[in-house]
Design a protein around this ligand. Structure first.
Ligand SMILES: [Zn+2]
Length: 176
């Protein structure tokens, strides 16, 4: 009996989760959550020493999210919630990547995001900033989607969107 109740509860939770994904994906520029969030809307961000092009992109993208949403992204020291990095890696196809881990839906510090200068060195500053904004989106709770918006899963699909869109801002504000 207990087992049956448990499995019913699990089914209901799964159904609710599915409905939420369908709902959030129904808009033209909607958002999907990646299952994590920080315990507070006040989030610290450390930027590892790097090229000025990457640093400028990360800083601008961090400030975009911070100003547009209820989340506050503060410049912090090593050991902050989020660490921003750059790397040069010719053996991968990604121009940016974010690694997050979580416990019970809460992100664990640090979340690490990278710009890959193998690709971004050939990008305009604004395009690099778009990659940075996308990766920061992952580190505060958004997942990739497969339509044209900032959180589109690859840079060509993003198609010149360099800033969080209104729906993505709404998504973050609902999360925090
Ligand atoms: Zn992504």
């Amino acid at each position: 009996m207990l087992k049956a109740q448990k499995s019913l509860k699990a089914t209901v939770i799964t159904m609710i989760a599915t409905l939420m994904i369908l709902f959030s994906a129904s808009g033209a520029n909607a958002y999907v959550y990646n299952g994590g969030k920080w315990g507070s809307a006040n989030i610290t961000v450390y930027m590892y020493p790097m090229s000025s092009k990457s640093a400028s992109a990360w800083t601008a993208a961090r400030d975009n999210w911070s100003q547009a949403t209820d989340v506050n992204l503060y410049a912090g020291s090593p050991g902050s919630n989020i660490t921003l990095n750059e790397t040069y890696n010719a053996n991968v196809t990604w121009d940016g990547i974010a690694y997050t881990s979580r416990s019970g839906g809460v992100f664990l510090s640090p979340a690490n995001a990278y710009l890959n200068t193998r690709y971004t060195n050939g990008y305009t500053n604004i395009k690099t900033r778009g990659v940075a904004a996308h990766e920061i989106g992952h580190t505060i709770g958004l997942a990739d989607v497969n339509y044209q918006t900032l959180m589109a899963g690859n840079t060509p699909l993003r198609g010149g969107i360099y800033y969080p869109t209104n729906d993505e801002i709404t998504g973050i504000n609902r999360l925090y």
